[in-house]
Design a protein around this ligand. Structure first.
Ligand SMILES: Nc1ncnc2c1ncn2[C@@H]1O[C@H](COP(=O)(O)OP(=O)(O)OP(=O)(O)O)[C@@H](O)[C@H]1O
Ligand SMILES: [Mg+2]
Length: 224
């Protein structure tokens, strides 16, 4: 087994990196894969998320903190590559941090959650340049933008999709809507699946994982 590595990046704070990381990690684990989250952010949000879980429902994936590794994150992550099927690196927002660059050197896929607001879209140009730079070193690197906190009926979300489709990084078909359940799942240290099996949030996260799996060439369920 050689892990597929996903780096969740955006220099803008609060875009949904940790939310995306944790929902994906829990969902991919449910599909029979062995998943590790690397919390590469000194804020430790992914670690706190997992720590918020009840003993009876521990967070499904392993979470380790590697933020202090700084520009050596890629080297440390590589040590786990034979032990997991998927490794997801939750990166810090800071533009001047060496962590996103380091993560993108080993990643197969960069996921960039982005909010449907002009300020967030302007700021995304910075991470696009970092991804492009890392692509010159890492041939395997692919990238996808994910519209997060989308509000289906607002013109802003609609306009965002038009602007982002010309951004130079493909946009996933699946959008993550703005929903309270995403905040609740952080508070309870779970994924949206644990808060109601047939919710719209479960459907969109499962659809997002399907898209990610198509990019990474992974089967829907490991044991099939
Ligand atoms: N789709 C959503 N619907 C509702 N709330 C959301 C959604 N996505 C994220 N949030 C909330 O928005 C806030 C920021 O999300 P999150 O922590 O995932 O972003 P981040 O990019 O990891 O932030 P940071 O840059 O600080 O690491 C959190 O309070 C989170 O619960
Ligand atoms: Mg975060």
């Amino acid at each position: 087994m050689t892990a597929k590595i996903i780096a969740v990046v955006n220099q803008k704070g609060g875009a949904g990196k940790t939310t995306t990381t944790m929902q994906l990690a829990g969902t991919i684990t449910r599909r029979g894969y062995k998943v590790m989250v690397v919390d590469a952010d000194p804020q430790g949000s992914a670690t706190r998320w997992a720590a918020s879980a009840e003993d009876s429902t521990p967070f499904p994936a392993s979470v380790i903190g590697l933020s202090a590794a700084n520009e050596k994150v890629h080297r440390e992550v590589k040590k786990f590559i034979e032990d997991y099927d998927v490794i997801i690196i939750d990166c810090p927002p800071a533009a001047d941090s060496p962590v996103p660059q380091s993560a993108l050197i080993v990643a197969d896929l960069a996921l960039v959650p982005i909010l449907p607001s002009p300020l967030d879209m302007w700021a995304a140009v910075g991470i696009k340049q970092v991804i492009e730079h890392c692509s010159t070193i890492n041939d395997a690197l692919q990238a996808r933008l994910i519209l997060n906190q989308a509000q289906a009926k607002t013109t802003l979300s609609h306009e965002s999709i038009e602007v982002l489709s010309e951004f130079g990084i493909p946009l996933t078909k699946t959008q993550i809507a703005q929903r309270q359940i995403y905040r609740q799942s952080a508070a309870f240290g779970v994924t949206v699946h644990d808060l109601g099996k047939a919710s719209a949030a479960v459907k969109e996260i499962e659809a997002l994982v399907d898209e990610v799996f198509a990019v990474l060439n992974l089967k829907r369920n490991k044991k099939q």
